[in-house]
Design a protein. Structure first.
Length: 79
């Protein structure tokens, strides 16, 4: 599914183009005098691909013990 949605990764020259296509590039909102905006992913790109990338670690964590332990450590660190 990943290869189908990205056309085999042949349409992208570098990782930043792929991230923009997926819609996971960081975006900072600044308004008026506010200089410190909170950043989040843009969600402008391919929704199906972004959901696939989000769901894969969750599915792996529920089925594979080693990945589940790794995910537990990452979540505990607040990532």
């Amino acid at each position: 599914m990943l290869l189908v949605l990205t056309n085999g990764f042949t349409s992208f020259e570098d990782a930043s183009q792929l991230c923009s296509y997926v819609g996971i590039t960081p975006t900072i909102r600044e308004s008026g005098n506010s200089v410190r905006g909170r950043s989040w992913i843009s969600k402008v790109g391919n929704k199906k691909l972004r959901n696939l990338l989000f769901c894969m670690p969750s599915m792996l964590a529920s089925t594979i013990g080693l990945v589940r332990r790794f995910m537990t450590v990452i979540v505990a660190k607040g990532k």
